[in-house]
Design a protein around this ligand. Structure first.
Ligand SMILES: [Mn+2]
Length: 324
């Protein structure tokens, strides 16, 4: 069961109050939870961390495993269950959730961090009856038409390639999110397109959301986006996967707005610089909690056309508008 803290705050506080054990997954410091930070820090229950990001705030947790060599937190949850005396409790539902997290965090098992242990875990889940192709279909062949059109527009009009710096930039203005009725999950994967350009080693995506401007970085080879993010932004990401999501407080960038949000322009076609053909790992960072929420949203709008789409999208668009 997924309960959204922002939508059901008092219910969530109630659940936290009654909890004996709290597992904190795929984040390692309470401030990452924003509005939940205070209540989590104050919670009386036993707090257990399972996470694979750098620099855990160990003082926030009673027990934990923090391992940056792990490809996904779901793999760590799998290890935890199997390592406990409850391996027999693994069922198909759990297997599907764990597989989803492992598959998405490893870029469908292509990143170098994917290990033999990852594949052994998947083999075990297959033995339990996991139907992996259905999960891939639900993940990647299940979007609304608008998302594809939004991406097309972004690639045509919001992309800027700086070949001399082996860098591709994309800045999505708020008006695009409104026009195409884009919700948070719809922009997943967009940053990966930037690294598919020959010679590009750093991809940076800036999205102008209501509550913040979110930067996502991806890099190939030896460029350390963690260092970039740590030195210049306030972020958290996956070290070995070279993926970094950075959240910036709005005021930090307001003064640079004119530069951050480029006007519509034709894409650059001229290629110069130093093309580097080496390929490396990059890819989406999706937490399984996020996925569950998205599936839930999808159920609210079962494949309808624009005219039939539910109120939530309009509500989202409304929020964007009133925040301007
Ligand atoms: Mn992760």
């Amino acid at each position: 069961m997924v309960v959204d803290y922002e939508l059901n705050t008092s219910h969530c506080n109630d659940l936290l109050d009654k909890a004996d054990i709290l597992f904190c997954l795929d984040f390692n410091s309470m401030h990452r939870t924003k509005k939940m930070e205070t209540v989590l820090l104050g919670a009386k229950c036993v707090k257990v961390l399972l996470d694979h990001h750098e620099q855990p705030a160990e003082e926030h947790f009673d027990y934990g495993v923090s391992d940056i060599a792990k490809s996904s937190t779901c793999e760590m949850v799998y290890d935890f269950i199997v390592g406990s005396s409850y391996a027999d409790k693994l069922n198909l539902d759990i297997a599907a959730c764990l597989y989803t997290g492992m598959m998405t965090d490893t870029g469908s098992f292509r990143f170098s961090i994917t290990s033999a242990n990852t594949h052994k875990a998947v083999a075990h889940l297959k033995e339990l009856g996991l139907e992996h192709s259905i999960i891939h279909e639900n993940m990647y062949d299940n979007f609304l038409e608008n998302r594809l059109r939004f991406m097309g527009n972004a690639l045509l009009h919001r992309l800027e390639v700086l070949y001399e710096h082996n860098t591709a930039l994309m800045a999505i203005p708020k008006r695009d999110l409104i026009k195409y009725e884009i919700t948070t999950g719809d922009t997943e994967g967009l940053v990966n397109y930037l690294l598919t350009i020959e010679g590009i080693k750093l991809g940076a995506l800036l999205i102008d959301r209501v509550e913040e401007r979110k930067w996502s970085f991806r890099s190939k080879n030896d460029f350390d986006v963690n260092e970039l993010a740590r030195n210049h932004f306030e972020g958290g990401g996956h070290p070995r996967q070279q993926a970094r999501h950075v959240r910036c407080r709005h005021h930090v960038f307001r003064r640079r707005r004119g530069k951050d949000v480029p006007r519509e322009r034709e894409p650059h076609r001229q290629a110069d610089g130093d093309p580097d053909r080496r390929q490396g790992g990059h890819g989406p960072d999706r937490s399984s909690g996020h996925l569950l929420l998205r599936r839930d949203q999808r159920r609210l709008h079962p494949g309808g056309s624009y005219a039939h789409r539910g109120g939530r999208h309009r509500q989202v668009a409304q929020t964007f508008r009133s925040a301007r």
